[in-house]
Design a protein around this ligand. Structure first.
Ligand code: ATP
Ligand code: MG
Length: 675
């Protein structure tokens, strides 16, 4: 048994708190472990019956003829779900609630300035979606056209997505922090002729000249003939191009308050989304209408326990898959209320999230470990002042959540009574693959939990490509059966889709991540396969070593806020570990005042990893740095660190997704100075 697998045997189980059970929803939610097991078995052994039944949660314009159509019985080709069916995503997310409960709040907008927040009911949402849809049609947008959306987290972003879907077009949201060059590449790749943007964005008092950025990008996109500009601040001017620009809401006001949705085939593309680019050139993942929407609806309902009475606050931006599935499609397909938040977790104070939770009685809160690491630095005392009793489930996504951060989240935000749903999934999966289910599955800190319905995980030997069936096991995390919300292609490049996901391990869908699975089937995600380090024949996941660094204490206090571990070539051990760590503010102060010496801190860190994981894992070097290279969605880009330690600063690769490029020269200096 490997070291990693052995360690798994000792992870204690924390029973899921009974109070986390969602109320008043016993018919649609999973109630207990036996029921989960029975439903899970059916979803794997008889997916046609299971998903045929579950598909009743959607409203269809034409019933489908076959639940799953698949050539062959493995992943040699991507499948088609609900063949012959027709539906419309905007009808499912808006009309059916607007008709039943018109005055129910669909969207709560929380602006940079909390005073400027407001709510939109389902009936108001329907009018706005219809008017935007007609505006787009009047500019020639047809079924199957791609419309690019470059907007911050605003209700108009949601309205735009749903308006595009209403007329059978395909949206491609670009995170509104990307530079003109990155926008240009994505607009050209997706062959968009229409872009929806706004005059300005607001973030922690900073005013972002959004329209100016788009204009610069479009200088190299001659095919874009229309730019719909959401005019957020009519009192201040922005650069205009009268031949191309259409000003919203003025231009939309002349359209009727209702237009019929256009039914599309189940497999018709709903959207493209370029992945965050942690591993290289962005890929335009293409998601379909029925399977995607069903995945979003079911995971939001069964994992987060969302009912129409709930208010879900997903802090992830609509520029990423988390925003698509859990800020827009998941909550609205369930008829719930979604919080759309435009600011940062620390503006005006580091209690902004908790303030929002209390003011709006948020029932499910969903964020990323990067935000939790940031907030933990401010201490739990400031959280203790908040009530937070409305919360039932806490979600985490994007990276492995280190045990220390998990415990902090569970104890101080969840007050020990909310399930932490460490949701593991990817842009390509469309919706959650693995997570705890509140009130149903017991949690194990460090584990993402058990697979969702229809997800059949496989641990594959990275060398032989064969599935490892004994338990516990560790290896490549793959999926061995199609599931409804999986991405169907990379836009205009199905060959690249096959090369990336279906061919590396024939018969499986390759996630790109490594994982371990214990004897009870709990899944522990170890990080990206590219990041796995092999020291003296021991395969170490970066997540595991990083967790032990974050665990390190000095004088009884936690030492590090963040860290990243990478492997470097080593003549004797094959690879050796190198740690990049950001000290906690108190430790930084002690270093600045001369009370502590950086070298001692490095040695202490090395000793702690040695003790926790084993002497072979003792890092060769610990660099103390001010910041780590992160993508715009907050993930650590280890490949950049690997290149810097290897002295390959000239070959850092694709950097357009870096949120702060100035981190790179600072890191190069730190490595040189701390030789
Ligand atoms: P790219 O594919 O372009 O390199 P990306 O993989 O960062 O970018 P996403 O699809 O947003 O883009 O992220 C999915 C990845 O995030 C997963 O493959 C995994 O590495 C990581 N991830 C997501 N959730 C979790 C989680 N709960 N635990 C561990 N890792 C996670
Ligand atoms: Mg990825």
């Amino acid at each position: 048994m490997t070291l990693e697998a052995e360690k798994l045997m000792n992870v204690p189980t924390i029973p899921a708190p009974a109070t986390a059970l969602p109320p008043a929803s016993s018919e649609v939610h999973v109630r207990n472990m036996d029921q989960y097991k029975a439903l899970y078995e059916q979803s794997i052994n008889d997916p046609e019956t299971f998903f045929g039944e579950q598909s009743k949660a959607l409203s269809w314009d034409r019933d489908f003829d076959k639940v799953l159509y698949h050539v062959g019985n493995n992943f040699s080709d991507s499948p088609a779900w609900f063949v012959g069916g027709k539906l419309n995503a905007s009808y499912n997310c808006v009309d059916r609630w607007a008709l039943q409960t018109p005055n129910k709040v669909a969207i709560i907008y929380e602006g940079d300035d909390a005073e400027k927040g407001y709510s939109i009911t389902y009936s108001e949402l329907l009018v706005r979606v219809c008017q935007m849809a007609q505006l787009l049609q009047s500019k020639g947008v047809k079924v199957g056209d791609v419309v690019t959306i470059y907007l911050p987290m605003t209700p108009e972003a949601v309205i735009s997505m749903l308006a595009v879907a209403r007329i059978g077009a395909i949206h491609s949201c670009i995170f509104a922090g990307f530079s003109p060059g990155a926008i240009k590449d994505r607009v050209i790749d997706s062959n968009s002729h229409v872009v929806i943007t706004c005059d300005k964005g607001y973030r922690a008092t900073k005013v972002i000249q959004t329209k100016k950025i788009v204009d610069e990008a479009l200088e190299s996109c001659p095919d874009v003939k229309t730019v719909v500009v959401i005019n957020r601040d009519p009192s201040s001017p922005f650069p205009q191009n009268p031949e191309r620009d259409v000003i919203y809401p003025d231009a939309a006001a002349s359209f009727k308050s209702y237009c019929a949705p256009v039914p599309v085939d189940s497999e018709h593309p709903l959207f493209l989304l370029y992945t965050s680019g942690s591993t290289g050139k962005p890929k335009g993942m293409q998601h379909c209408t029925a399977g995607y929407l069903l995945g979003a609806l079911l995971t939001t309902r069964h994992i987060f326990g969302v009912t129409p009475d709930d208010t879900l606050f997903t802090s992830g931006d609509i520029g990423w898959i988390t925003g698509h599935t859990y800020a827009v499609y998941g909550p609205l397909a369930n008829g719930a209320t979604t919080v759309i938040f435009e600011s940062t977790p620390v503006y005006p104070t580091p209690t902004r999230y908790w303030d929002i939770v209390d003011r709006h009685k948020v029932t499910q809160f969903y964020t990323a470990p990067t935000a939790l690491r940031l907030l933990r630095q401010y201490g739990h005392e400031i959280i203790d002042k908040y009530d937070l009793s409305s919360l039932r489930a806490l979600g985490s996504v994007g990276e492995p959540i280190a045990e220390e951060i998990w415990e902090w989240y569970f104890n101080y935000v969840g007050r020990g009574r909310c399930t932490v749903c460490d949701t593991y999934w990817l842009t390509e999966s469309g919706s959650h693959l693995v997570s705890s289910i509140p009130g149903v599955t017991p949690m194990k800190p460090g584990s993402a939990g058990l697979p969702f319905f229809g997800i059949k995980p496989a641990i594959v030997d990275p060398v032989s490509g064969h599935e490892i069936t004994e338990r516990p096991a560790e290896g490549v995390f793959a999926i061995s059966q199609p599931w409804p919300s999986m991405a169907r292609s990379i836009f205009n490049d199905y060959a690249r889709y096959q090369d990336t996901y279906l061919k590396p391990y024939p018969g499986f869908f390759f996630t790109g991540d490594g994982a371990s699975i214990d004897s009870e089937g709990y899944i522990f995600i170890g990080g990206r396969m590219d990041d796995v380090v092999n020291v003296s024949g021991h395969r170490l996941s970066t997540a595991e070593v990083e967790s032990s660094v974050l665990d390190a204490t000095m004088d009884g206090e936690s030492m590090m806020t963040e860290c990243a571990v990478v492997g470097v070539d080593d003549e004797i051990t094959g690879q050796a570990l190198v740690v990049f760590a950001v000290c906690e503010p108190w430790l930084k102060d002690d270093i600045a005042s001369g009370k502590k010496i950086p070298q001692d801190i490095s040695i202490e860190t090395i000793l702690i990893v040695r003790k926790e994981i084993g002497p072979f894992a003792a890092p060769r070097k610990v660099y103390l740095v001010d910041d780590l290279p992160k993508t715009r969605s907050g993930k650590i880009l280890r490949r950049v660190l690997r290149k810097i330690v290897a002295g390959e600063e000239k070959q850092l690769g694709e950097l357009s997704t870096l949120s702060d490029p100035s981190v790179v020269p600072a890191l190069i200096d730190a490595v040189k100075n701390q030789k």
